[in-house]
Design a binder for this molecule. Structure first.
Ligand code: 13P
Length: 249
């Protein structure tokens, strides 16, 4: 999967703001960088964004999907997302885990449903401040990975976003070298726990902006970014994608 720069709008956007966003994005993005990008608006705006971007190479994704369809009031299935032209989804974001109590096993079911339908998936993992401070980050991540992925057959439609919970929306990020080492660890764990020894791309999320993007993208194992707040501005999001395209490695 070549998509590396992904915007997560969370519960933001409006019919009017989304039009401004697309205009700002197009005015700032280098044409060679567009194919690396995806943006994930709230479900209700997916169709509008797919229409607004129908003639450009920006992918539109969902922020979550349900693992099944039918009698599941209020949920959105993989089938429904694919039906309107959405081919990529975030799964297991820490806000879904914390606010909506999603477990690793539920996230595993979503992953299986997505894979069965050829949907691209970004699985989010990341430790809390508590685990960070107590030095148990690797154990925590390993548990998230193995509970969600053990013995699954993965493909290049799968990637991981490493998002330390304490770095989301705080401006407080780990050093790029620390992130790089954690990404290498994540790749090794996924490789050894997946059925087909698959090594995924690992992108980073947590207070990424055009100011810190260059330092991050020069690290060997940082394969892109999942961007929250800074993705709400089309120009800023485009600048981050341009920096990724021009990175030194
Ligand atoms: P921020 O970029 O606002 O820190 O959010 C990161 C995030 O949660 C993306 O999924």
């Amino acid at each position: 999967m070549s998509i590396s720069i992904i915007g997560n709008w969370k519960s933001n956007g409006s019919l009017d703001l989304n039009k401004v966003w697309v205009k700002d994005f197009l005015n700032s993005i280098n044409s060679s960088a567009i194919q690396d990008t995806a943006v994930c608006p709230p479900f209700i705006y997916l169709e509008q964004m797919i229409d607004l971007t129908s003639d450009i190479d920006l992918s539109i994704g969902s922020q979550d999907i349900d693992s099944s369809n039918g009698a599941r009031t209020g949920s959105i299935s993989v089938d429904a997302c694919k039906d309107i032209g959405c081919t990529i989804s975030i799964i297991g974001h820490s806000e879904r885990r914390a606010l909506f109590h999603e477990s690793n096993l539920e996230i595993r079911d979503k992953l299986i449903a997505a894979h069965a339908n050829n949907m691209q998936v970004i699985l989010c993992i990341g430790e809390t401040k508590e685990h960070h401070l107590s030095g148990t980050t690797n154990d925590f991540l390993q548990n998230q990975i193995t509970e969600s992925l053990a013995n699954l057959e993965l493909s290049d439609r799968f990637m991981i976003a490493y998002e330390p919970v304490w770095a989301i929306g705080t401006g407080d990020t780990p050093q790029s070298s620390e992130i790089n080492a954690i990404h290498k660890f994540i790749k090794d764990i996924v490789q050894s726990s997946s059925k087909n020894n698959f090594t995924p791309n690992v992108i980073y999320g947590g207070s990424v902006s055009s100011k810190n993007a260059e330092v991050l993208f020069n690290e060997e194992h940082i394969d892109g970014a999942l961007i929250g707040g800074a993705s709400l501005n089309g120009k800023e999001f485009a600048q981050i994608a341009n920096i990724y395209k021009d990175r030194g490695i």
